[in-house]
Design a protein around this ligand. Structure first.
Ligand code: SF4
Length: 301
């Protein structure tokens, strides 16, 4: 395998993790680093396994994202996918994730396959919870295909598409910034950026969307005031449309700059430098540990 280097990189979700608990961020970004070189498998591999745990609602959300992405690919090929087709695809994705997690198939590629937190920690998944997940798949896919609110995204011409769930980066303060708008297209001079959400609305969503607006400015030289953000809360059946204003974008950039510098202060190369554990304290808010994916290796048993 190529000789990778652990370089500092930033994304809205990494920043959230860094703020939530330094120790969690350490497990995620440093302690699992180099697991592929560990022979025999040991702590690094174990940490990577925990890093890749996901929850049932998060898996259902991903299943919907993947199905919608496929919907767009088929549209580009001239194929129309009905609400029922989209739902069936999301259900197939869900079943496949469930199979990988419940049969231990995930062990054949723990960094790529689905492994549910609930299975890992032996927490019962009730019928009510799986039914709720099924309802989410149905409600969200139906809303995407049938609603008037999502029509502008559905009807955007493929020639005008700029981004479709593709991971991309740009540089800011010498640091690689990851930005993954779910979908973006241009309409004349206006850049429309869409994000599909299957959970409830959160304040962080607006920050995340604005970080995509910065990406649009950087990558496509978009004028900030010609960018429109759309957060589609598919399960809530509503789309919030937010025009970007330069003041707000400046605030987001300041926040990003502070966040990148904080991460920079404690960044180290785990292949070369010794770890300074004082930089990675556990959170003092125990409520955050209850559902943390690293609780099995972090907390005393
Ligand atoms: S279990 Fe708690 S202290 Fe440990 S990484 Fe998770 S949130 Fe942080």
């Amino acid at each position: 395998m190529a000789n990778y280097k652990n370089e500092l990189s930033w994304s809205a979700s990494r920043a959230k993790e860094f703020t939530r608990c330094r120790r969690e961020y350490y497990y995620s970004r440093y302690a699992s680093w180099g697991w592929w070189t560990e022979k025999p498998r040991g702590e690094k591999y174990e940490t990577m396994v925990h890093k890749n745990l996901t929850s049932l609602p998060a898996m259902a959300g991903l299943n919907v994202h993947d199905a919608i992405e496929h919907w767009f690919h088929l549209k580009r090929d001239g194929v129309d996918m009905s609400a029922e087709d989209l739902y069936n695809e999301a259900v197939d994705n869900f079943r496949e994730g469930w199979r990988q997690s419940s049969t231990d198939a995930w062990k054949s590629a723990a960094n790529k396959m689905t492994h549910l937190d609930e299975h890992h920690y032996g927490n019962e998944i009730t019928k009510e919870r799986t039914e709720k997940a099924r309802e989410l798949l149905e409600r969200t896919t139906r809303y995407f295909v049938d609603s008037v609110d999502c029509k502008p995204a559905r009807e955007a011409h493929p020639d005008n598409w700029r981004s479709l769930e593709s991971m991309d980066t740009y540089m800011f303060l010498g640091t690689k910034i990851y930005a993954v708008p779910d979908f973006a297209y241009v309409d004349g001079e206006t850049v429309h950026i869409w994000d599909w959400k299957t959970g409830i609305p959160r304040e962080d969503d607006i920050f995340q969307l604005h970080s995509y607006a910065l990406y649009a400015c950087e990558k496509w030289s978009a004028d900030p005031e010609s960018i429109v953000l759309h957060v589609a809360y598919l399960n809530e059946q509503r789309v919030d449309t937010i025009p970007v204003n330069v003041g707000k974008l400046g605030e987001v950039q300041d926040h990003m700059s502070m966040s990148v510098r904080e991460m920079m202060d404690v960044h180290y190369d785990p292949d070369e430098d010794p770890v300074i554990m004082e930089n990675w304290p556990r959170t003092s808010d125990e409520a955050k540990c209850r559902w943390c994916r690293f609780r099995g290796i972090c907390l005393p048993t």
